[in-house]
Ligand binder design. Sequence first.
Ligand code: ATP
Ligand code: MG
Length: 590
Amino acid sequence: MGILSKFQVYMPERKGLLSGALFMSAMSSLMGILPFIFIWLIVRELFKSQIESSQAVISVYAWWALGTALGGVLLYFLALTLSHLAAFRVETNMRRQAMQKIMQFPLGFFENNTSGRIRKIIDDNASVTHSFLAHQMPDLAGSILMPLVSLVLLFVFDWRLGLACLVPIAAALGIMSFMMGSQGRYFMKKYMNALEDMNTEAVEYVRGIPVVKVFQQTVFSFKNFHDSIIKYRDMVYKYTLMWERPMSLYVVIIHGFVYLLVPVSILLIGNGEDTSIILLDLIFYILITPVFGQSIMKNMYMNQAVGLAAEAVRRVEKLTDVEPLVVSDDPQSITSHEIVFKNVSFSYPGSDTKAVDSITFTVPQGKTFALVGASGGGKTTIARLVPRFWDVDTGQVSIGGVDVKHIAPKELMRHISFVFQNTKLFKTSLLDNIRYGNAHASNEAMECALEWAQCREILDKLPRGLDTVIGAEGTYLSGGEQQRIALARAILKDAPIIVLDEATAFSDPENEHLIQQALKKLTQGKTVLMIAHRLSSVVDVDSILVIDKGEIVEQGNHHELLEQQGLYADMWKEFQKSVQWTVGKEAHNA
Ligand SMILES: Nc1ncnc2c1ncn2[C@@H]1O[C@H](COP(=O)(O)OP(=O)(O)OP(=O)(O)O)[C@@H](O)[C@H]1O
Ligand SMILES: [Mg+2]
């Protein structure tokens, strides 16, 4: 029943729907038993053998039987209507509430959960919940009530015959609950795991196809997928075999209740009881016992369905069980744009190593600072702490003297433009994509941003220009082109603070040169924190922070750092070599 209160959370203003549906379905189940009783009453009349006088009575019973049967169907229909109303409401609210919560999560949440995954979890589980509520919920009351009512009926007419029916049913149920009990649960868990493994391997296999083709491997990549299928097959095979005997026994017993009922009746008649009464009761028990057995089966299936629905709700709740971004009650506005990191440490949720450890530095307003260092050092993490992708564990990040936690999120976003490694463009027109930067920008500003971000050449290639829809009709842009569009968006936004993660690899030097020019325009007169993957970008910046294993190991401008002969000087030597190598190669090619 706990599950119902979980659903009520998603329909606070219509709590009555669910209880209404349950009540109707309970009534419908009770009505469903009545025809059996009336039929039995008809049989009893027939036994009395005074045909003439009982004809009238029989037809009354027959009408009642028909009426209650129809009434049962009608009530069930009403229950279904109510439950469908409840289902649609719960499903809609579940999606809405999940989305509302997600909107308040820190941006970092979306780094770890792709939009595809978020959508799948919410969609799948909301529909499981819907179909449970709409189609199975109406049977819930019946599945609890029916076994109880038929159990009572079993003993009302003749407790000895009742007992004769109950013994085989209890035995069958014993077998069933033993199977579904601890052993069943153990296997069910293994079964679910094997299923999940197989699905994961299938996805991996499909995702790996390009790599497999490039490296001309066929057999090996298939091995994991194949193994998981075999594992699944063995699992299911074993599980099925495990059920073979108990299930056969169950079916034989549940349908064979008559075997015990008949001898007991004969025994009772032999003991001198009234033959006609015993026969009459026997007929009743033959009528009612299958109803009892079925209702118990229904109850078991219902338990399973309730379990699945509860799991669906739990999965959505788990996804959305994230601390929302704390919004200050008393937000302060910022008047200057100096960025200060004071003793900042941070580790990603679920990780015990610090991605960023005791970082302290200040980017004065209007200056450009660069972060460089080995991959995985923590550069992106540091940059993400400024627009509050995550909140620091200890220490403080502030802008213009105000802790970023005390700046209203909208205000913070208004002051910062960021372009990260994994630029996200929306599946709409290029125009809309760029306008996200500033919906009210004038046409001139738009033109200027396109010019500065070197987007002209991209647009000239596309027949529909700015109206081209990304992703539609196979219009995909290269990584460098996407980053230029993102830069145009950032330029249009014209925020005073810029956080920039330079793209790691551009396919061609031409593209790289264009991006460098765009960056120069973007960062003019702004306070900039940029991550540089090519050291050529940092020669002119005001200060370079060398990041290694989450810490600042060196700091200074290009010349100062070269003089220190430390990590940066080594990196610079390596960089020089690679440039010479490239130049040499190009000269060779020419
Ligand atoms: N979303 C995340 N969840 C958990 N751990 C993360 C996440 N992003 C990064 N990390 C971890 O934090 C550490 C720092 O990563 P970060 O991305 O900041 O490095 P980086 O210096 O930007 O590297 P690169 O030059 O390759 O971009 C790494 O150990 C990485 O595995
Ligand atoms: Mg990075």
